[in-house]
Design a binder for this molecule. Sequence first.
Ligand code: CP
Length: 326
Amino acid sequence: MNSANLQLDDNGSLKHFLTIDGLKREHLVSILDVAESFLNVSDRSVKKVPALRGKVVANLFFENSTRTRTTFELAAKRLSADVLNLNISVSATAKGETLLDTLRNLEAMHVDMFVIRHADSGAAHFIAQHARPGVSVINAGDGRHAHPTQAMLDVFTIRQMKGDFTPLKVAIIGDILHSRVARSQILALNTLGVSEVRVIAPKTLLPHDARESLGVHVFHDLEEGITDADVVIMLRLQKERMDGALLASEQEYFQRFGVTQARMKLASPDAIVMHPGPLNRGVEIESEVADGPQSVILEQVSNGIAIRMAVMAMAMNPRALGGESA
Ligand code: CP
């Protein structure tokens, strides 16, 4: 799967957004800067700009979602697009229609952009390969592979809170093995030049070659890994993607890898706490940490609207939004 080439046009501008892999620092900074320019749209009395006026965006969510689906819908509406939310459970997919047939039928209704979440890694890439010229595809999470808009809203939040990426030590804790979010975050953080990306997990929840394949520092002891971290990101246990029992129990997991107030004292005093959601209180995070003063978890959700506006607007109209500078 070479999503990187597929997502850029001949000028190096985004036409789809499928993965962080293969994007340069300039691409990521350009997305962050365009998102910054959209941030205040949410505060206006009329929460709209005309960037996608006359365009049709179809949200195809074949997996559950709260944050991603709703923020994509809000983002498209704030860009003045017409939005279709396909209810997969009552659509023809439930009667056996293939993904490609669904695509062709929606294209016949002149859809300009597909936002797709799917349990299969590579589903968004497949749709992008088969979409008509001029139609954009945005990956809203595919299997274990990638969740690039989540990674972008996470690095946007880090930039908002910390400014410069280069001195930062970022610790990502939990089920790295099954996490499309972690894969995309690690690519984005390394591309943006953070000092150190650490992953902290039991051996059963890490790829065996994590250090080499992901470019991270590996820890199996939470207290060691969290020490002096500037950014602490937790992930949920993705049981729906686990084959067999990889953990003794959730209670034991929380004892070894749960982030508590006591353990946060080991991190940098001004460390921020992040979680892409959905979060499981008492499993990977203590409520006092999730709701505490260092938590920016709800800021991440708000920032998701501006990031998704940026990605959609750039994919539809790269020249108008400075995409060519990358
Ligand atoms: N972070 C994330 O993808 O959340 P949802 O599953 O609610 O979209």
